[in-house]
Structure formats: structure tokens, C-alpha cells
Design a protein around this ligand. Structure first.
Ligand code: HEM
Length: 712
């Protein structure tokens, strides 16, 4: 949108301030003024908006309203730039991630030590903080962006691809973030693994195998493969984000994904400052002998810790998956009151001028060579797969060849002008007509003191129609559309501003240059009422700098200051919130971890002594806590499978015994026996296979019992 008002024309202004007649306008302009032929259907726009969405949008507007006050001009409202801000922070995440990868190393201890090194150098530490905080803002900003588009009804029809790919983008970003937290291999990473393992164990057949593999890898500090898989996932899914972003914007004409220079500089400085002021810090290294109990976590990525250690993990993930699928399926849910509108091009009227092709925000119209013998080289062709029914093309067509399914352009002209003529006949004084978009129209109070004509988008009004309102009897015409960067159809307000200021075809005719046409680019809850009382005179509007008369501000750093202060506060709060202290487990709790990695091999010689059945038993302080019986056939065919069981015990002195017992004579074979003074949150390993060198909590090496030695 340019910064001129409708009176700041690029051509000499007419001295007249009275409303020109059609004949006068024909004399001034080369092209004939747009005409209409009466039709009998689709003459008025009926709101297509769903009441629930309008109510939700009202909540959004109630939040945005004070922000507009703080930043002073709607043009500077950060809410209107959420898509671009999401791209910006995504790029910051990508660039800082690349830098950090240069210093990263693979292995449980190696990875942790690499991060410690990073944290010890100023530059690398700040880049790590930038990486962390930009990742957090990515999710928050994307969710706000998604909510805004949802309540603005910008998610169905041809927009489904942007919507669904958006859901995938956030899901991918979340997944990449969680793998990022794992890559540090601190107690928080350990807690994520505990959570994930519990989920697998409760809901899949692979849980025990995964848990044993992790245990084996951790006890022997063989984490290279695991960390390599994590790093690969982290990088590959990040590349997936780039791919889905391409899907995300592929149906948009001129997607706006870059921010204006001031926003870039301001946001960059804010992120750097927040990264310096709120350090990320280090948590203790993951310890396989200790429950990952107290640590700080980031609720944006690790929200599942709110559900406690693991108990509800199955239900939580199921509910979350259902919610995500439901959100992804939104474009196909029946929320609309009426069928979405789509473009219809009357090829016989089309002159192939390509203005609609240039204006369509969604690439839904293309120009084809004309083959029907009419005196034009080309003809416009609609693509219904891509059309969102915004109606911007109606306003760009000089020949009224373009209509929507339920809004015929000729009929719209006919009804609108007839209405104005009728009002003129009844009224002697001022007659104010407001052309507005669906968003505003759904919020106009009952008695606005002005005749309101609703359109799907403000750009559905051809500038000639605007002029004809005046020649038909209106004393003022008010163009009321969405604020800059917040058009419900991306570019409608921009094109309308440019048409009325004669920057873009179809231009407002020169003859209307000094006519009382006022432009109001305002949030939908700020319909200018009463227009008569608030409106400036046409000449006053020219010199005013208020966005109410359509002028856009020149962007200077000073003007951005309130917006930047607001963003800085939000970013700082977000950074502080990434460090929520948590206490996952109840006080006074320790765990005994019963693990058999290869017990069949160990018990093999004993089995061969001719036993009929065996029991595997775990005793704590002389009390049987767990046992499992195996028949001889079972033992000979499938053996005793690998297993991992966990038991809670109170801290204190305990005696643990893990053994096999032969049923027919009660003779036992001890796999492991320990007298342990169990500390709070300690994990006591029992029965690990001899192939694993077990490092105990104090660095001690656990003695391993082998079956062969014990067979009697
Ligand atoms: C990584 C996260 C995301 C980024 C970087 C991003 C960025 C963008 C950008 C730059 C645009 C183009 C804006 C324009 O030119 O008008 C856009 C449009 C869009 N985004 Fe996102 N977005 C993200 C997430 C989401 C999510 C989570 C959703 C919804 C679930 C979503 C839904 C949409 C839709 C529907 C449009 C098209 C709007 C329209 O056609 O009117 N986006 N996004």
C-alpha cells in the first residue's frame, strides 16, 4: 500500500469539488467507464461468516485493541506480521543451529561436554541462547498466526494446503525442538527418555527392548549411535520444515515472508538482548543411577512434563494426536453457514486485460490465448482449485466479466446504484455510503448513521463503482477496509488503496480526484461511527497523517519504539518461562531396576540339568516383589526373554535378591544379590548382564554373577 491519500493524485487535481457526472468522467479518461448489465441474481453480498468464528475473532480483536493503542498505529501491530515473524525466527533457529552443529560431538558424555564447552564461550553461549529462545518464539508465534487465520476464516477451500502444511510445520518444529533438548544429554534429556520409554512400554511391544537398549548404552556410555540418530532426525526434520514451508506458501501470489527492514533490525536486537540478559545455563549430566527429578524445563516444547512423570502418557499422547488431527481436518469440517463462493468468469465479456490475473492474491486466474474469434488476444481462465472466493478480481474487472457463485458483478452494480438512487430520492441532506468488507460488516452496529454496503473484500469494489455512487447521489463515500497487513484476503486493502490513489489499474478516474471519497483502514471492530461526525473534510484528509484517512506512515525507527518495547517484554517473559522448575517424582522415592539382558544364556547350563520348570524371582528384604514361571518347553524353545522391571522403594537400607528357582527341588541360582543403602531418587540396578560394565552411582563397578559358576 502506498502512502498517498486519494486526493494526492499523480495528475493535476480537478478544481471542482462537486461530484462529477458520468459524462464528465468519460471526457477525461480514455477508457470507457465500466458498465453493467442487469441480472436478477446474486445482487447483494450475504455474509458467509460463521458465528462461532466471529465470536472467536472478537476475542482476538479485544486482545489486539489495546496493542493498537500502545503501538499507536495499526500498521505497527506485531499481530499482523505473525507469518513473517515466524519465518524470521525460523531462519534465526536455522542459522544458529548450523553454527552450534560445528561444535557438537556425538556420545552421551561427549555431547554433554561439547555443550559445556559451548556454554563456556561468550559468543557460542549467546548463539545457543538465541537458538533456544528463537525456537520457543517460533512455536508461540506460529500458534498465534494459526489462531488468527482460523478466526478470520482463512483456512478452508483452496487454503487447505496452507493450513495442513502449517499444522505439519508446527508438529515438525516441536519434534525438532524435543530432539534438540535430548541432544544436550543432561537430566532433562534423561527425563524425556524416561517419559518416552514409559510411553513405549505402556503402549507398544517395543518398550522393553528400547529400555534395555538404552540402559545398556548408558551403562557402557556407548551413546554414539543414539546421538547420531538424534542429530540426523534433528537435521532431516528441519529440512522437512523447509519443504513444508514451500507447500505452505505455494498457492499464494507474492507470499509475504520477509519483514520490513525496521522489523528485522528491531526483532534481531531484541532477540540478542534477551539472549544476553536471560542465560540458558547448564543442568547436571544425565545419570543412569539417579532419577531425573528436579530440573528446569521449557513448557513450550516439554509441556508433557505437566502431566507428571509418566502415568498419563498414553492418554496424553492419544488426546494430543486427536487434537492435532482435528485441527488438521478443520478445512473439511462444516463450519460455514453457506457454501464457499468461487469465481466465475464470463468469457464473452472478458477483454483479456490481465488486471484480475495481476490482482488475484491466490494465483487462481491465468490468461490463455483466445480461440473464440473475439477481438482480443487472451481470455482469463479461473482455477477453482486455487480460488478462495475473496472477490478481489471483481473489483479489478472493467467489463464486469467476473462474478462469484452467488454475487453477480452486474447485479451488484445494479442493486447498489438503485439503492443509492432511492435513498437520494428520499433524503435531502447528506447521504453517506460506506463500502466495507465482510469482516467489518459483521460488526457494524445497528445505527451507523451511514448506508453500509457489504462486500466479500473491500477490493471487490471497482473504482468506477465508487465514482458512480457519487454521481448517483451519495455526498460522501467511505471505503472501510482492514488495517495494512491485516486484510482478510491478503491484498484487498493494498489494491484498493492503490486503485483509489491511482497507483494501480483499474484507477479511480481523475475526475473524482477531489471528490469526497474517504479511506479508513481500520481493525474490524473500529468501524468509524458516526462517520459524519468524525470525518474530516476532503482537503483536511489530504494533509492528515491518520491511518483513518487511508494514509500510511513513513516507517522510521522512532515510530516502531512502542511496538519494540512490547515485543521485548513478551520475548523476555517467554525466555524466562523456558526455565520452569519441576519436581517430577514424589519426595522419598527410589527405584530398583531389574534387568536381564541375556538370561537364557546365563541359565542355560542350569536348564540342562533336567529341571521341569523354573521361576524367576525378585525379593526385596525377604519379600517376593515379582516372579515369573517358565515351563521347560518354554525355556528350551524361547528361553527367558530379556526383561526390564522397575519397582519403587523407600530410601534406606535394603536387601535385594534376584534368582532362578527350580520347582521340583527348590534349589536356586542367584543372579544378583545386594545389600544397598538406597538414597532418595537413586536407581538401583539389579541383575544386569555380565557383558555390560556397570558403573554404579558412586562410580563403583558392580560385580557380575554368572550362571555357569553357580550351577551346582
Ligand atoms: C513454522 C511456522 C509457520 C510459518 C513460518 C508460517 C508462515 C506463513 C507465511 C509467511 C504466510 C504467508 C502470509 C501472506 O503472504 O499472506 C503464511 C500463510 C498462511 N499460514 Fe502460515 N506459517 C506457519 C505456521 C502456520 C500454521 C501452524 C498454520 C495453521 C495451522 C498456518 C496457516 C497459514 C495459512 C492458512 C496461510 C494462508 C493465509 C491465506 O491464504 O490467507 N501457518 N504462513
Amino acid at each position: 500500500m502506498n502512502s498517498q491519500s486519494s486526493q494526492d493524485l499523480d495528475e493535476p487535481k480537478s478544481a471542482k469539488s462537486s461530484v462529477p457526472t458520468t459524462t464528465e468522467s468519460m471526457q477525461e479518461e480514455d477508457a470507457p467507464e465500466a458498465t453493467f448489465e442487469p441480472t436478477d441474481h446474486g445482487s447483494e453480498w450475504h455474509s458467509q461468516r460463521n458465528r462461532i468464528l466471529i465470536a472467536l475473532e472478537n476475542i482476538l480483536l479485544a486482545v489486539e485493541h489495546p496493542v493498537n493503542r500502545i503501538v499507536r498505529e495499526p500498521q505497527l501491530n506485531p499481530f499482523y506480521y505473525t507469518g513473517q515473524v515466524a519465518v524470521f525466527v525460523l531462519l534465526v533457529v536455522g542459522a544458529t543451529g548450523l553454527y552450534l552443529t560445528l561444535f557438537y560431538q556425538l556420545g552421551f558424555t561427549a555431547s554433554y561436554n561439547a555443550i559445556v564447552k559451548i556454554d563456556n564461550q561468550f559468543l557460542a553461549r549467546e548463539i545457543r541462547a538465541l537458538h533456544r529462545y528463537a525456537s520457543g518464539s517460533l512455536i508461540i508465534v506460529s500458534l498465534i498466526h494459526a489462531f488468527r487465520l482460523f478466526v478470520m476464516d482463512r483456512f478452508r477451500g483452496a487454503r487447505w494446503l496452507a493450513w495442513v502444511s502449517g499444522v505439519v510445520l508446527v508438529a515438525f518444529a516441536w519434534f525438532v525442538g524435543v530432539t534438540g533438548y535430548l541432544m544436550i544429554w543432561d537430566v532433562r534429556a534423561q527425563a524425556i527418555i524416561v517419559f518416552f520409554t514409559d510411553f513405549l512400554r505402556q503402549n507398544t511391544p517395543f518398550g522393553e527392548a528400547f529400555a534395555l537398549a538404552m540402559l545398556a548404552a548408558q551403562t557402557s556410555d556407548q551413546g554414539w549411535v543414539f546421538m547420531f540418530i538424534l542429530l540426523t532426525l534433528h537435521v532431516v526434520i528441519s529440512l522437512g520444515i523447509a519443504l513444508f514451508f514451500w507447500f505452505h506458501i505455494m498457492r499464494l501470489n507474492r507470499p509475504k515472508w520477509t519483514l520490513e527492514r525496521h522489523w528485522l533490525i528491531g526483532l534481531g536486537i531484541i532477540l540478542v538482548l534477551v539472549s544476553i540478559v536471560v542465560p540458558v545455563g547448564m543442568l547436571p549430566k544425565a545419570n543412569v543411577g539417579q532419577l531425573p527429578n528436579a530440573f528446569y524445563f521449557d513448557p513450550i516444547y516439554l509441556f508433557f512434563f505437566f502431566a507428571g512423570s509418566s502415568a498419563t502418557s498414553g492418554g496424553l499422547w492419544l488426546a494430543l494426536t486427536l487434537v492435532v488431527v482435528l485441527i488438521g481436518a478443520m478445512p473439511w469440517l462444516k463450519l460455514r453457514q453457506e457454501k464457499p463462493q468461487q469465481v466465475m468468469i464470463d468469457k464473452a465479456r472478458c477483454s483479456g486485460c490481465a488486471k484480475c490475473v495481476a490482482d488475484c492474491p491466490y494465483k487462481a486466474i491465468t490468461l490463455l490465448p483466445r480461440t473464440d474469434g473475439r477481438p482480443y488476444k487472451s481470455v482469463a481462465q479461473e482455477n477453482l482449485e486455487l480460488c478462495v472466493g475473496c472477490g478481489v478480481c471483481i473489483g479489478s474487472c472493467d467489463t464486469q466479466a467476473i462474478s462469484l457463485t452467488n454475487l453477480s458483478a452486474p447485479a451488484l452494480w445494479q442493486t447498489t446504484l438503485a439503492r443509492v438512487a432511492e435513498l437520494r430520492a428520499r433524503t435531502t441532506g447528506d447521504l453517506e455510503i460506506a463500502l466495507t468488507c465482510e469482516r467489518h460488516a459483521s460488526r457494524v452496529p445497528n445505527k451507523p448513521g451511514v448506508e453500509v454496503i457489504a462486500l466479500p473484500c473491500i477490493a471487490a469494489a471497482h473504482p468506477d463503482l465508487v465514482g458512480r455512487l457519487l454521481t448517483t447521489g451519495a455526498t460522501q463515500v467511505h471505503i472501510v477496509g482492514c488495517p495494512p497487513e491485516d486484510c482478510g484476503h491478503r491484498e484487498g486493502n493494498t489494491w484498493m488503496e492503490a486503485r483509489l490513489t491511482r497507483q494501480r489499474a483499474p484507477r479511480l478516474r481523475k475526475v473524482y480526484a477531489d471528490s469526497p471519497i474517504f479511506r479508513h483502514w481500520l481493525p474490524p471492530d473500529e468501524f468509524p461511527i458516526p462517520v459524519v461526525a468524525s470525518r474530516p473534510s476532503p482537503s483536511a484528509s489530504t494533509s492528515s497523517t491518520s491511518a483513518q484517512d487511508g494514509r500510511l506512515l513513513a516507517m522510521t525507527g522512532r515510530r516502531f519504539l512502542p511496538a519494540f518495547v512490547l515485543i521485548a517484554v513478551v520475548f523476555a517473559v517467554q525466555a524466562l518461562l523456558t526455565n520452569i522448575p519441576t519436581q517430577l517424582f514424589p519426595a522419598e522415592k527410589a527405584i530398583v531396576q531389574l534387568a536381564l539382558v541375556d538370561p537364557m544364556q546365563s541359565a542355560g547350563p542350569w536348564v540342562n540339568t533336567g529341571a521341569q520348570s523354573l521361576r524367576l524371582v525378585f525379593e526385596a528384604d525377604g519379600r517376593v516383589m515379582w516372579e515369573r514361571r517358565y515351563s521347560m518347553t518354554e525355556l528350551k524353545t524361547s528361553g527367558i526373554a530379556s526383561m526390564l522391571q522397575e519397582f519403587s522403594v523407600a530410601p534406606g537400607e535394603h536387601h535385594f535378591k534376584f534368582y532362578l528357582v527350580r520347582d521340583e527341588d527348590g534349589r536356586s541360582f542367584v543372579l544378583d544379590e545386594q545389600q544397598v543403602s538406597v538414597q532418595d531418587k537413586q536407581i538401583v540396578p539389579i541383575g544386569l548382564d555380565c557383558s555390560i560394565t556397570w558403573r554404579g552411582p558412586n562410580g563403583s563397578t558392580k560385580r557380575c554373577v554368572t550362571a555357569v559358576e553357580n550351577v551346582k
